[in-house]
Design a protein around this ligand. Structure first.
Ligand code: JFT
Length: 242
């Protein structure tokens, strides 16, 4: 998978050099390119913003640098990439959308700042990109970089080979609609807290059943909205493993 990120703060994307994503880059599983939007300005001050037409607070990102940056990136390959523009008004990222994006060969992220990007950039990009506006959720960030980091991590980890133990993907929260079960490791006793006996039993059938029930209980308690329709609305103590 190729990923390009355009930002006025390219150093914000430095965490993508770390851990599993960094390893995926070094192994060639992830081909990541970060571009400084100011590279595509031509004035002495490398201007990327200006006052909004119609008045209003804050500044708007100028269309010209974005147009040049998006043309430059699109010229790198022959295929039609998905352009992801993080924005508070976008489609909310969830695991289903992450899986959809993980199937793409090429993702391009336009990380804006200020009050946002001139609307004509979205229109201009349609001829070359599959444009998607995506939000992390209903809270306010200062720009698109944090969202891009989250989306890239959520997507890249689904690319085969990025996560060493692919089996671990299947029982994670949100992968199949339920939250994850509690996990424990050594020591057996710690600060007066012990590991549930069933996990020490070696009875894999009982362990699997206990873990499934834990997932149902946790989902009922913390995220009842995620429960399958047949269990939605059931009293918490009646959400019994099915
Ligand atoms: N994704 C996401 C996301 C989220 N969940 N909250 N805020 C954002 C987000 C993404 C992109 C930008 C750009 Cl460009 C500028 N701002 C600041 C801003 C704040 C309030 C209203 N308008 C713009 C962004 C906020």
């Amino acid at each position: 998978m190729r990923v390009d990120v355009i930002s006025i703060f390219p150093e914000y994307l430095a965490p993508l050099d770390l851990s599993l994503i960094g390893k995926a880059r070094r192994s060639g599983l992830l081909d990541l390119h970060v571009h400084d939007l100011r590279t595509f300005t031509h004035d002495r001050h490398r201007t990327v913003d200006d006052t909004p037409y119609g008045g209003g607070a804050g500044m708007v990102m100028k269309p010209e640098p974005w147009g040049e940056a998006l043309d430059h990136v699109a010229d790198q390959e022959d295929s039609r990439p998905i352009l992801i523009v993080p924005g508070p008004g976008g489609a909310r990222l969830d695991q289903s959308l992450a899986r959809q994006l993980a199937a793409a060969d090429w993702l391009v992220f336009a990380c804006g700042r200020y009050e946002g990007i001139d609307e004509r950039v979205y229109d201009y990009a349609q001829s070359t990109y599959d444009v998607r506006v995506i939000s992390l959720g209903d809270y306010v960030l200062n720009g698109g970089e944090v969202a891009a980091l989250a989306i890239i991590e959520a997507v890249a980890r689904l690319v085969p080979g990025v996560i060493g133990n692919a089996a671990s993907l299947f029982e994670e929260s949100h992968e199949d609609g339920l939250l994850e079960y509690p996990i424990y490791t050594k020591p057996e006793q710690w600060q007066g807290f012990s590991v549930p006996d069933v996990l020490l039993s070696g009875d894999h059938g009982r362990i699997a059943q206990w873990r499934h029930q834990q997932r149902l209980d946790r989902t009922a308690a913390r995220r009842p909205d995620l429960l399958p329709p047949e269990l939605a609305g059931a009293p918490e103590d009646l959400v019994v493993g099915v």
